[in-house]
Design a protein around this ligand. Structure first.
Ligand SMILES: [Zn+2]
Length: 211
């Protein structure tokens, strides 16, 4: 009877994308980073909200619109409360929202640094034939899947592609292209435990190389 060890990797992006903007104070195009603070402005029943960024050289600020001229009644009260309190988690979601940032900035620098937390969901880590690893990616991350796998399993990227070609590594979504894509919520992969070394299997379950 075959048994599968079911493992979850939570891949958390560590550095929010930075817009590169012309800084009016120190001159030149400079990277700006999120200050972690939002600003709200009420105009009658209409509200504007911005996330405040700071020039990495001179601390000059740039206000990134989160929403503009929106009727208070159309805004989730919990969101409003979070913005007023500069709630760390909610602000972080905005800071990592690269699609939202693209609407306001042309040139954006992305970072692939991530922390990986591994956890066995079901199965016996001492005895299994196959392993399935689900990726949880709570914040957008530009790290490619093959880079993540190489770093976390302790092998080269060439080896990762070889394992895929040999059918030892199976991906979802299926196909080689998935390896070149950034990691995404809902991706998973499977390894045939009899065809990879014990070291690789151990790394799949515990330990973290990136971050
Ligand atoms: Zn500046």
């Amino acid at each position: 009877m075959s048994s599968t060890l079911h493992v979850q990797w939570i891949v958390t992006s560590l550095i929010a994308p930075r817009p590169w903007l012309t800084c009016g104070r120190c001159g030149g195009i400079k990277p700006f980073q999120s200050s972690g603070k939002a600003r709200l402005n009420a105009n009658g029943k209409r509200l504007d909200a911005w996330l405040i960024y700071k020039c990495s050289d001179c601390e000059n600020t740039w206000n990134r619109p989160l929403f503009e001229r929106r009727n208070v009644r159309d805004i989730d009260p919990l969101l409003l409360e979070a913005l007023q309190a500069n709630d760390h988690r909610r602000i972080e979601v905005f800071a990592f929202d690269i699609d939202g940032l693209r609407r306001s900035a042309g040139r954006i620098e992305e970072f692939g640094e991530a922390r990986v937390a591994k956890q066995v969901l079901t199965g016996d880590p001492a005895s299994f034939d196959g392993i399935r690893i689900d990726l949880r990616v709570p914040l957008p991350c530009c790290l490619r899947l093959d880079r993540l796998l190489a770093a976390e399993l302790g092998v080269s990227r060439t080896k990762i592609h070889d394992l895929h070609d040999a059918g030892v590594l199976k991906l979802s979504p299926k196909g080689e292209r998935t390896l070149r894509r950034p990691v995404r919520e809902g991706m998973f992969f499977e390894l045939d435990a009899s065809s990879v070394g014990e070291q690789v299997l151990a790394q799949a379950v515990t330990g973290s190389a990136t971050g």
